[in-house]
Design a protein around this ligand. Structure first.
Ligand SMILES: Nc1ncnc2c1ncn2[C@@H]1O[C@H](COP(=O)(O)OP(=O)(O)OP(=O)(O)O)[C@@H](O)[C@H]1O
Length: 346
């Protein structure tokens, strides 16, 4: 088996907590809990889940913008926190972050030339003609006209601004792009263009993508494998085709049944109890149990580990289908033409 480029073990991030309130420990928000994940070189791993499930917190830790409370991220076998401390620029040359909101992620007072020149200068040491050549290449590679380089961000549409954000990330010549909801702020037709561009760039520059979105249909379009997050944990992961054909977690089945239309509405789970558990007081068992049509008493008490499905022969392979459910569903799911009701979950 080839070594993973990113190897994430028991990654946990808790916000706040630690202090004592009236003699008792103040609880923290458990944004990411015990996440194990491997990202293989050259793949696109999609991470999907509804708002607040911890996707951005996970993404920020992967690019060194946030520190784990516990657990480890190995990048090419090296501890990412050690890399951050030793040389943040070295890490930035390898992993880049693409933000959700393209316009607000670009400095409104800087021309595009300066926005792109900053990483070329600081991360690649370019000046003079080499800088000019690279600036022109970057504009070309994301299909922006050369004269746009003198404009300010507010002079661009959302799709154009996101292409600038992608060009800025590519300026560092990274191996990995962590794309945090990169098309969520865009119209559906523009989303398709940006997704096409990302696919082309990945092939052209041999990139590895971590693609984060709440929109299952977008993640399906671009990912080789998908990890589904719920309440800070990975609850299922599988190759894209397998996940859509035979989703095993009842939450994943609900997501797929509720989001049948590519580019359709965002994922809104529609089971009886639509509330996520209180992040300050997570339940001892499966966090989805209160919403799950198949939950039994044991699910509310016992936390299900993320385990390979028995039918997988090579349990340790990265493309193994894994699920965190004591009573996983079996068999294919028929995708409904309309958003589902709880009764349609099989
Ligand atoms: N800096 C912070 N301080 C306190 N709590 C935080 C902080 N950042 C995130 N959280 C909490 O951690 C949990 C996960 O947030 P996160 O932004 O990672 O989720 P998400 O899946 O990316 O959601 P969204 O798509 O809405 O951004 C939420 O309960 C959130 O309120």
């Amino acid at each position: 088996m080839t070594e993973p480029l990113l190897d994430i073990t028991a990654l946990t991030r808790t916000f706040g907590g630690g202090q004592r309130w009236f003699g008792v420990d103040k609880p923290g928000v458990r944004a990411v809990q015990q996440v194990d994940l491997q990202v293989m070189r050259g793949e696109t791993l999609g991470i999907v889940g509804e708002s607040g499930c911890g996707k951005s917190t996970l993404a920020r830790m992967l690019v060194g913008l946030d520190r784990p409370t516990d657990g480890q991220i190995l990048y090419g076998g090296e501890d990412l926190q050690t890399m951050v401390k030793r040389d943040r620029h070295a890490l930035s040359r390898r992993i880049q972050y693409v933000f959700q909101d393209p316009l607000s992620s670009l400095n409104p007072r800087m021309r595009i030339r300066d926005i792109l020149a900053a990483p070329l200068r600081h991360l690649r040491g370019l000046t003079g003609q080499a800088m000019e050549t690279r600036l022109a290449e970057l504009m070309d590679v994301v299909n922006l006209r050369p004269e746009f380089i003198s404009r300010y961000p507010h002079e661009f549409s959302g799709g154009q601004a996101q292409r600038i954000g992608i060009a800025r990330a590519l300026a560092a010549e990274p191996e990995v792009l962590v794309l945090d909801e990169p098309v969520s702020a865009l119209d559906v037709s523009v989303q398709a263009q940006v997704l096409q561009l990302l696919k082309r760039l990945k092939a052209e520059f041999d990139l590895t993508y971590l693609f984060i979105s709440h929109d299952l249909s977008v993640v399906e379009t671009i990912s080789d494998r998908i990890a589904v997050m719920y309440f800070g944990r990975i609850i299922e992961q599988a190759p894209t085709y397998t996940l859509f054909q035979t989703p095993a977690h009842h939450y994943t089945r609900l997501l797929i049944a509720s989001a049948p239309v590519p580019g359709g509405p965002p994922i809104i789970a529609e089971s009886g109890d639509a509330e996520l558990p209180d992040p300050l007081a997570p339940p001892p068992g499966c966090a989805f149990a209160p919403r799950c049509p198949r939950a039994s008493e044991v699910c509310r008490r016992q936390l299900p580990p993320l385990e390979s499905l028995p039918r997988q022969p090579a349990a340790e392979a990265p493309d193994t289908h894994r699920v965190a459910c004591l009573f996983p569903a079996r068999g294919p799911l028929t995708r409904a033409p309309q958003p589902s009701t709880p009764n349609e979950i099989s």
